[in-house]
Design a protein around this ligand. Structure first.
Ligand SMILES: NC(=O)C1=CN([C@@H]2O[C@H](COP(=O)(O)OP(=O)(O)OC[C@H]3O[C@@H](n4cnc5c(N)ncnc54)[C@H](O)[C@@H]3O)[C@@H](O)[C@H]2O)[C@@H](O)CC1
Ligand SMILES: Nc1ncnc2c1ncn2[C@@H]1O[C@H](COP(=O)(O)OP(=O)(O)O)[C@@H](O)[C@H]1O
Ligand SMILES: [K+]
Length: 487
């Protein structure tokens, strides 16, 4: 099953559906137990619990209640716990009593030398940035990388919007975020702010909610859907992809996109364009033609990187989009679509793959902080699938369903990386995957390839291309790169 992310409303619905478990406080006790367990694991990794120091920042709602109960559990393990109450009159009463009974102390401000700080300021009830009192407490902390405490956020790092993932300023930056029942949108959309996310089972059923979905494919799911030739397959039966990219003058995009298509699936890759000679000299297996009239049949097209935006390019794009084949449109192709949106008024599967700048060109508006709503809106209005690029890739279908992928690192932010993505996703479209699955699976392999190639040093798109095949291999063998998150 894909990992499903919930909005705050969907979380509340799932909690209410739990009935007595919510009313009698069982859900909160389970949640706080999960938080305490994560803190214990952190402390154990670095020497054990007894005599260690944990600071807790407590807001006015149930998020603070979770943190206080967790503090009580930690105090009983011999951890010295101190809590700053941001709103002493409104702190969770039963949680505060339990904290006090277990030996926890309330203080005006956090002392130095803490091992862990728990962020219980706000969770799904939060709006806007950290307010000044909380901002002051967190502003005084030394970053974990400089020897400061590990920050464990309860449910959501405070100051991060649960539904949009908008990171307000200021906001808590967590090392670990502990959430309950199912991850929230923010855990994908603001993954870097959340650090590692741990989802604790508290006995709610998060699957019963309807409406627009946000999900992500697991590595196993991507591995399972990757096209593999069957005994009866031949070079045609697996889906032939046609790449239209680059030019004789600028062959780079042609080579990167076509090379990626060759690496991503078996079968056949065709190329159409004036860089045909360059492409074939790099990849002799590509069947290349200089014009569409000379190209053979394909099952999907990937068109746009480096094709230019002149009348010839427009006519070519128009011809491709007037077929009934799946088409991926990227880069210059998107600039043309922005000028002529009627081009994508078609029935066959269409996948647009803009980065933020191209997205703004398509919509006429700057991409705001709510990337999820923006990509969903464009997909819905135009009746196409839209893959919005970046550290967090989002692929929206016209029906509102969105698949996301956190790249885990940002090494792919390099010129030409998008051409590689086009080739991978185009070949998956040709193999028969839906645009959303093709886009999301391509983004995942692309991200793994970036990490494999980079290994902590900068890469170019050629390195990324060379790592596409090893990334697929590692994924299919069940040991992809450890997705270490780096800023
Ligand atoms: N309802 C339940 O049974 C469960 C709730 N849980 C916890 O409860 C949380 C939700 O609790 P609440 O609905 O009480 O809401 P929160 O505790 O998330 O936040 C609401 C409070 O924070 C204040 N606030 C909002 N924005 C703020 C900001 N920017 N700065 C400072 N204060 C701000 C509000 O005025 C309000 O008093 C979840 O995130 C989760 O941690 C968990 O214990 C699981 C079970
Ligand atoms: N900060 C980032 N972290 C991870 N991946 C990124 C980041 N920025 C961009 N990418 C990925 O790198 C690729 C860049 O594509 P694009 O912007 O079209 O570049 P180009 O046109 O130079 O090929 C996309 O796959 C995108 O998702
Ligand atoms: K929090």
């Amino acid at each position: 099953m894909p990992i499903r992310y919930l909005t705050a409303d969907a979380v509340r619905d799932a909690e209410h559906a739990a009935g007595d478990l919510l009313a009698n406080g069982t859900l909160m006790r389970r949640a706080s137990h999960g938080v305490a367990q994560v803190v214990i694991d952190e402390l154990r990794r670095t020497g054990g619990c007894y005599g260690r120091q944990v600071g807790i920042v407590v807001g006015a709602g149930d998020n603070g209640g979770d943190a206080l109960y967790a503090g009580a559990a930690l105090s009983r393990r011999g951890v010295a716990c101190t809590a700053v109450l941001l709103a002493p009159d409104r702190a969770h009463r039963a949680g505060l009593a339990a904290f006090g009974r277990a030996g926890g102390r309330t203080v005006e401000t956090l002392a130095g030398g803490l091992d862990v700080v728990i962020d219980g300021v706000v969770g799904i009830g939060g709006h806007g940035p950290l307010r000044p009192a909380a901002a002051e407490v967190f502003g005084q902390l030394t970053a974990p990388a400089d020897g400061g405490p590990v920050v464990v956020a309860v449910d959501i790092p405070s100051g991060v919007d649960a539904d949009t993932g908008q990171v307000h300023d200021p906001a808590v930056r967590a090392t670990v975020t502990v959430t309950f029942g199912a991850p929230r949108n923010a855990h994908l959309l603001a993954a870097t702010q959340c650090g590692r996310t741990v989802t604790v089972d508290i006995g709610i059923d998060p699957t019963g909610t309807d409406g627009d979905t946000l999900s992500s494919l697991t590595d196993d799911e991507v591995a399972a859907l990757w096209p593999v030739p069957a005994p009866a397959d031949d070079k045609y039966s697996q889906g032939v992809v046609g790449v239209i990219a680059g030019s004789a003058r600028y062959p780079g995009a042609a080579i990167l996109a076509t090379g990626a298509a060759v690496s991503a699936t078996s079968g056949m890759t065709r190329y159409v364009g004036t860089a045909a000679d360059d492409v074939v000299s790099h990849f002799p297996e590509v069947v290349a033609a200089r014009s569409l009239a000379d190209a053979g049949r394909v099952q999907a097209w990937a068109v746009g990187p480096g094709i230019g935006t002149d009348d010839d390019a427009l006519e070519l794009l128009r011809d491709i989009l007037s077929t009934d084949l799946p088409v991926l449109v990227d880069a210059d192709g998107l600039t043309l679509v922005a000028r002529h949106p009627e081009l994508v008024d078609r029935r066959a599967p269409t996948l647009l793959t803009p980065h933020a700048g191209e997205f703004a060109r398509l919509t006429g508006d700057e991409l705001g902080p709510d990337r999820l709503a923006a990509v969903r809106d464009l997909a819905r209005r135009w009746g196409v699938s839209v893959l919005l690029k970046g550290r967090i890739t989002l692929v929206a279908d016209p029906d509102g369903a969105v698949l996301g992928n956190d790249a885990g690192s940002s090494w792919a932010a390099t010129a030409g990386a998008g051409d590689v993505l086009s080739g991978i996703a185009g070949s998956l479209l040709a193999a028969g995957l839906t645009p959303a699955r093709a886009g999301a699976a391509a983004a995942r392999v692309h991200a793994h390839a970036a990490e494999l190639a980079a290994r902590d040093a900068p890469i170019g798109a050629s390195d990324l291309l060379a790592a596409v095949r090893p990334a697929i291999r590692a994924l299919r063998r069940g040991h992809p790169t450890s997705a270490t998150r780096v800023p």
